[in-house]
Design a protein around this ligand. Structure first.
Ligand code: C2G
Length: 130
């Protein structure tokens, strides 16, 4: 079984997130998604989420492409996760191009193009104008 892992905040779930998860699953047979915890987002990414982490995890878990959800609580955990879950492919959007090449020692690293014209930030900005 070819296992794939990806990481993200997945706040205000939208079609860009869906496309990423669909394409991530196409790279293997089993997809694990590490959803960023509220603490990690705020303290490490400076992101304030609209949807709390347990609800973001529940939404991602309900997506048919997703087989397992874990929480992302540190930048360092990727290496441990890849080994612990016996992952073959790490995949993430190309906005992170090159950032995780250190994982090539443990698994295949794939950066997929983002879906243009949609982002959580854009959704929040548009809603403010209404
Ligand atoms: N994404 C996409 N197209 C968009 C928006 C997002 O393909 N229009 C992808 C991102 O590239 C990422 C995933 O969807 O692979 C989740 O996006 P975010 O929730 O913005 O994740 P991010 O904040 O980039 O967190 O350790 C890695 C980080 O946790 C990634």
């Amino acid at each position: 079984m070819k296992k794939v892992i990806t990481y993200g905040t997945y706040d205000l779930f939208h079609v860009g997130h869906l496309n990423m998860l669909k394409r991530a699953k196409e790279l293997g047979d089993y997809l694990i998604v590490a959803v960023s915890s509220d603490r990690f987002n705020w303290e490490e990414k400076g992101k304030k989420c609209f949807v709390k982490d347990v609800d973001r995890a529940a939404i991602v878990e309900a997506i048919k492409y997703v087989d397992e959800v874990i929480f992302e609580d540190s930048w360092e955990q990727k290496k441990e996760d890849v080994v612990k879950y016996d992952v073959d492919v790490f995949v993430i959007g190309d906005d992170w191009e090159g950032e995780f090449d250190f994982l090539k020692e443990f698994c295949e690293v794939v950066y997929l193009s983002r879906t243009e014209g949609i982002s959580t930030t854009q959704i929040k900005e548009e809603l403010k104008k209404q």
